[in-house]
Structure formats: C-alpha cells, structure tokens
Ligand binder design. Sequence first.
Ligand code: CP
Ligand code: NVA
Length: 304
Amino acid sequence: MRHFLDLDLLKPDELALILDAALDEKTNHKFSKQAALSGKSLALVFEKNSTRTRISFQAAMQQLGGQSFVLDAGTSQLGRGETIADTARVLSRYVDGIMLRTDGHDKLEEMARYASVPVINGLTDKSHPCQIMADLLTVKEHFGDLSKRRVVWLGDGNNVAVSWVQAAVAFGIEMVVSTPDSMQIPSDVQDWLANQGGHRVSFSNDPAAVAGADVVIADTWVSMGDEAEGEQRLATLEPFQVNQACMAKASEQAVFLHCLPAHRGEEVTDEVIDGPQSLVFDEAENRMHAQKAILLWCFGLIGG
Ligand code: CP
Ligand code: NVA
C-alpha cells in the first residue's frame, strides 16, 4: 500500500520522481490530458481548517479526471466521536484514497493502519509533507536544482519545519533551522536526524543564521492547536521576523517561502511577502501540481 505519510518514509529517488512528474504535469499537462485518474475518488477528511489543501486536492482530482469528497469533523460523525479506525474502514469501501488533516499524528497512523486504500498526510501536529513537496517544486523551478541551495528556516520548529528537515536529509540540502531554544523541532525528530549519515542540517537560536541563505522560510508563530500560548509565543519569536533587514542579510538571489496563511506584521512583513523575492503564490499554486503527482504515485500510476 502506497501511503504518503511522511517524507522520511519514501526513498529519495521516489520523492525525486514525484517532483519530476509534478513538473511534467505543470508544464505539459501530461497526466490531465490522459485523464489519468478517471474513475478514481478521494475522500478529504478535515479535523482542522484549510483553504489551500482542500481546494488544491479537489482541483487536482478534477483536473486528472477523478472525483473528491470533503468530510469535515464538525459536520460528520467524527465530530461525535466515531473512531478513526471505523471511519477508515467505512471510507475504504467508498473511495480509492483518503487524505487526512488532523491534530495527532497517531490518528494519521491509525487511519493508515485501518484503511485498505492509500492514506495521505494533509497536515498533522508533527508534519506537513504535501506542503514541502510544493516548496521543493518551487525551489527546483526557480533555481533549477535543489541540493546546491542554502535553506534557512526562521521561527517556530513546527510541523512544516519538521517536513523540511526530512526533505533536506533526503536531497542533501544545506539547511539551518533557526528557532528560539524553547521552540526547537521535537526531540524524536532530532534523534532521528542524529542517525542520518551525511546530512547537512544544523540548528541555531540566532536569527543571524539567515546570512547567505538562498531560500528563507517562515511560517505562522501560532500553529493550529497552539492558540492558548499565543501571546507569549509572539514575544519570544519577535527577533525571528522576516523583514527587509533580515532579507538584506541573505544572499542577493534569495527567495522567500511561506506555506500560508501568513500573519502579516508577525512572522513576515508586507514588504517581504509582497516584494520581488517572494514566491509564496507560486508555492501555493504548486500545492496542486505536487499533489497531482503524489496522487499518481499513491495510485501506482508512476514509480516502480
Ligand atoms: N498551507 C496550507 O496547508 O494551507 P491551508 O491550511 O489553507 O490548507
Ligand atoms: N504550521 C501551521 C501550518 C498551516 C498550514 C499550522 O499547523 O497551523
């Protein structure tokens, strides 16, 4: 079963193949011309809000000739306590694939354990692999390569940062994760990283780590589920704001990425996110192209 749960669970050459297919589809409409997912359907299950993930998956399925169905926790039996395991077994009788956005990563693993169709991680509290496939596609399109770039993450060591670390390991990308000491990526991911040979990921608690960056990445300082400690987090993270002074320390050719939604005036200023170095809307568009390729891989239409 080809689940897409986390980037470290796929071989780097499979990830590269998915990125190549995404680019082929974006450039030549290779798979939509063939209606490659004709007859296939996908359930999109949301226990957290979404704009991009929801619509980019629906558009991807439609453009590839397939169908999608959205299930929100608030309007389904999930919201009344039906288990993930039972939901997985029921949905598997109706559809060919399931995407889940949820809080606990263990719920995603439970969905994959009980589903008899491929399961895709649409964001958990641990990781957001579909987003980083879109980010990698954006970097590859812009620079023409991945592994030669210095990537600097500034802010909270959150779910998006974790998937970026896994991608940096897979592709041998030089990456600095710069966070306050209290907001480092989870210790189990640090332990995993310590066992990966030859990676080029390092950690810093100094926003000056942005020096020489080709790719500067920020994300919200208050992820979904972190709202209770919001005010305190904002104060701690203030030195990590990506503003013009920060971008001036990066390389001359540096680009800015943000998965969106942005909190303008917090993690990033208007000048940067609306400025010439920002690729955030290409990045948002690339969610759809990357996810088309992820779907093709999950359904066994590309890859070995
Ligand atoms: N970047 C991202 O996943 O956006 P949504 O929360 O809108 O899906
Ligand atoms: N880190 C953010 C990403 C939103 C797409 C969150 O989890 O809320």
